[in-house]
Design a protein around this ligand. Sequence first.
Ligand code: ZN
Ligand code: MN
Length: 151
Amino acid sequence: MITNKEKNLYRNTKQRQKILDLLVNSKSHPTADWIYLKLKKKFKNLSLGTVYRNLRILKETGQIWELNFGTGFSRFDAVVHSHYHFICSSCQKIYDIKIPPMRELDDRVIQLTGFRILSHRLVFFGLCDVCKLKKKKNSKNVKNHRTQYRS
Ligand code: ZN
Ligand code: MN
């Protein structure tokens, strides 16, 4: 006979697996809210608290990374080998930067401090392609506007 406890355990494991699948198949480094809204359709009685709890377990078991770039919301990443990020200062999109990790940085810090370095993280800030274009267009409009008034 299956007890309620076992039923709950099974449901939790299933929801956790779904969260992990979602993260593995997404390149956008989603927030907990996004994951919740996405899975709510399938799991009617899912709560945001459950999503947070499962994310914490996934993080503690090393299956996901929690990223916080000071934007107020944690973002989650199922790519857990060392890699760098770019975050767009305008649209807040996060991209993986595909350059090999620079181990020489670790060496330099070790030389400087004598500390034991386990890993390092690196994040680049700037404007993504889309936002860069938008900015360009806007500044063109401003220029046209100015010349109009001048003549
Ligand atoms: Zn952008
Ligand atoms: Mn990533």
